[in-house]
Design a protein around this ligand. Structure first.
Ligand SMILES: C[S@@+](CC[C@H](N)C(=O)[O-])C[C@H]1O[C@@H](n2cnc3c(N)ncnc32)[C@H](O)[C@@H]1O
Length: 302
C-alpha cells in the first residue's frame, strides 16, 4: 500500500553523528542515515554533515516533533560540547512511494551462518545445509540487514532452538520469529507496537511455511497474559530504553533453563542497560558487539 513519509534532517558537526543518531533513534522513526538527502539539496557546509531519519506521515504529531527538538536541545548539555548547541531538526514531506516494494532497490540477499535470507524470486542453487528464509518486508522494521538482527540470527543457530517456545518482543516484520521457526522452534510469539507488524509477520510466516508455529500480536508488553510464560528463548531486539524499562517483564517470561538475547543497545547505553538486566535477576553471559550495537545474552542468575 503506498503511503507517505516525513524526512527529519539535522545538520550535525562532523564527528558527532552517533550522538545525534541516538536522539533520532526513537519510535516511530525508522533507520537513521547519514549524508546529503539528494543532489537537489545544497551540500552540508564544511565541518558538518546531514543526519536523517523518517517516520510515517500518519504518525506526525506535535509530541513527536517536540520530542525530537527537546532531544536535540539537550545534547550540548549532556555532552558538555558547545558546538552541539543549537542543533535543529527540519521536517520534509516525501513524495508517496510504494514502500512495500521500494526496499528491494537496495536490498540484496545475504547469509548468516546457514540461514540464507533471500527474496521469493532468488533462484540461485542453495548450499546443501541452507535454511532458506524468504523475506518480503513492507513498512515494518526488519529487513534483516541491521547489525542487531544479524547478531540474533547468528545466536539462533549457535544456541539450539529445536523444539523451543520463543518470545520475540518488538518483532517488526517477524523476521526473528520466522527464522527461529525455520530453524526448528516449536512455536514463536511476536508482538510489536507497530500496527503493520502483525500483518507483515503473518505474511512472512505464511511465505516461509511456518504460519501454524508463529503468532503475532499488536501492542506492547500488555498483550501478554498469564499463559505466556516459561519461554525457552526470549528475544528483544528493541530500543535500549525499552529493555531497561521492561527488563523485569522480560525476565518474568523466561523459563528457568531458557536463554535470552536483548539487542538494540548502542555502546554508550551499555552500563544502564546491563544494570537493568542484572537488577531483573538475569545473568549476562556474553555481550556481543557488532559495530556500535550491543547484544546481551544470558540466562536467569543463580
Ligand atoms: C529495532 S526494531 C527490531 C525489529 C525486528 N525484531 C528485527 O530484529 O529486525 C524494534 C521494534 O520494536 C518495536 N517496539 C518499540 N517499542 C516497543 C514496545 N514497548 N513494545 C513492543 N514493541 C516495541 C518497534 O516498533 C520496532 O518494530
Amino acid at each position: 500500500m503506498p503511503s507517505s513519509y516525513i524526512e527529519v534532517r539535522v545538520l550535525c558537526p562532523v564527528g558527532w553523528h552517533e550522538v545525534v543518531a541516538d536522539v533520532l533513534a526513537i519510535g516511530p522513526c525508522t533507520s537513521v542515515v547519514l549524508g546529503r538527502p539528494n543532489l537537489g539539496v545544497d551540500p552540508a557546509p564544511d565541518g558538518f554533515d546531514w543526519v536523517r531519519t523518517f517516520f510515517p506521515s500518519d504518525e506526525d504529531t506535535r509530541a513527536l516533533r517536540e520530542g525530537i527538538a527537546n532531544g536535540l536541545a539537550s545534547v550540548a548539555e549532556s555532552t558538555g560540547v558547545d558546538e552541539l548547541a543549537g542543533l535543529e531538526a527540519t521536517f520534509h514531506e516525501l513524495p508517496a512511494e510504494d514502500w512495500a516494494t521500494s526496499w528491494k532497490k537496495s536490498w540484496k540477499p545475504f547469509r548468516v551462518g546457514n540461514l540464507a535470507v533471500v527474496t521469493r524470486d532468488w533462484n540461485r542453487a542453495p548450499k546443501p545445509d541452507d535454511v532458506r528464509l524468504v523475506l518480503e518486508p513492507g513498512g515494518a522494521f526488519g529487513t534483516g540487514r541491521h547489525a542487531t538482527t544479524r547478531t540474533i540470527l547468528a545466536l539462533l543457530q549457535e544456541r539450539d532452538v529445536a523444539g523451543a517456545r520463543v518470545l520475540d518482543a518488538g518483532t517488526g516484520t517477524g523476521i526473528l520469529s520466522v527464522a527461529a521457526a525455520r530453524l526448528g522452534a516449536a512455536n514463536c510469539l511476536g508482538f510489536d507496537i507497530d500496527p503493520r507488524s502483525a500483518i507483515e509477520g503473518n505474511d512472512l510466516a505464511r511465505t516461509n511455511g511456518v504460519a501454524e508455529r508463529c503468532t503475532f500480536r499488536i501492542g506492547d508488553f500488555g498483550v501478554l497474559d498469564e499463559r505466556d510464560t516459561a519461554f525457552d528463548v526470549v528475544l528483544a531486539n528493541i530500543y535500549s530504553d525499552v529493555v531497561q524499562a521492561f527488563a523485569t517483564d522480560l525476565a518474568a517470561r523466561l523459563g528457568p533453563t531458557g536463554w535470552f538475547a536483548f539487542s538494540g543497545c548502542p555502546d554508550r547505553h551499555r552500563e544502564p542497560t546491563l544494570a537493568a538486566i542484572e537488577a531483573a535477576g538475569l545473568h549476562v553471559e556474553e555481550v556481543r558487539q557488532r559495530g556500535r550495537w550491543l547484544t546481551f545474552v544470558g540466562r536467569h542468575a543463580g
